[in-house]
Design a protein around this ligand. Sequence first.
Ligand SMILES: C[S@@+](CC[C@H](N)C(=O)[O-])C[C@H]1O[C@@H](n2cnc3c(N)ncnc32)[C@H](O)[C@@H]1O
Length: 294
Amino acid sequence: MASYEEKLQQEAELWGSVDEANAATVPPDWRAHRHLRHNVISHTRDIDALLAQIQPGMKTLELGCASGWLTLAMAQRGADATGLDISEKSLQIARDYYEKVATETEGTTTYQRADLNRIELAPNSYDVIVTKGTLHHLVEMEHVIEQIYQALKPGGLFWINDSVGNSTLLTSLFAGGLMFILPTTVSYREKLGGLLKFGMRAPQRIRASMEAEGLSPFEGAGREHDWLKLVQERFIIEHQTRKPAVTGYLAHQISLPDAIALPLLRVIKVIDVALVKLRVLHSTSLVVYARKPV
Ligand SMILES: C[S@@+](CC[C@H](N)C(=O)[O-])C[C@H]1O[C@@H](n2cnc3c(N)ncnc32)[C@H](O)[C@@H]1O
């Protein structure tokens, strides 16, 4: 079995390659990323709402900053922004890009390599700490949340966009049904073959696929730790939104031009949101605004 250090190295390599491939087509800049299909469908409104809270001169920290686009977006709003990640390759992409846009950026960025499971942050240092898609990869959740709490200034904002818990079989079945009907990168022949091969186990297979973005050795590791409970214990929850259950996942899978995919995904999203509200589908994805008490 791989040691913790070996798994962390795999994690860094995995996300470094993902960011390298992405940066070859889209610069690591929110002004470009906001138009990507999965962002338009799932994230653009949330990220813009977060950025609206960033004021010039604020000190911000991003945990799991990858190629740095969100840290940079906060600097573009005038923040003194730091991004931490384990992938040196991703951080280098972030630094190289920042060099290109530094003169037109109101604030500053600093990108540093750190293992978030072992971070030691200076107390009362940040106005805002953000993390997106990263907490569920971490294993020392209690330590991480405590570090964030004490590193925020009183009244500081902790913004999280992440998944918590597991999706239900019904949710996987719904996603699987739509993926079966709609064109994806998998051919209809292969889909039919998969259905015949896995039979009654097909929903479990889809659930595994929904919960395992990429091949991260830590995928799901953090899911065992309920970050939401730890955040609720310490912070004042100002706002909490449960995202649609399957639309974000589908946005990555459907292989249709944006002109067709976007309207289709918007219709699916309306149905998805209604089914989540009716508790037919279970969404694991959350956006949380948590405030450190003054
Ligand atoms: C799913 S990606 C999300 C990236 C980015 N926040 C986004 O939403 O585009 C998870 C990120 O967390 C980083 N990461 C995972 N485990 C980490 C750890 N123990 N310490 C630091 N960074 C870690 C990975 O390198 C990767 O960049």
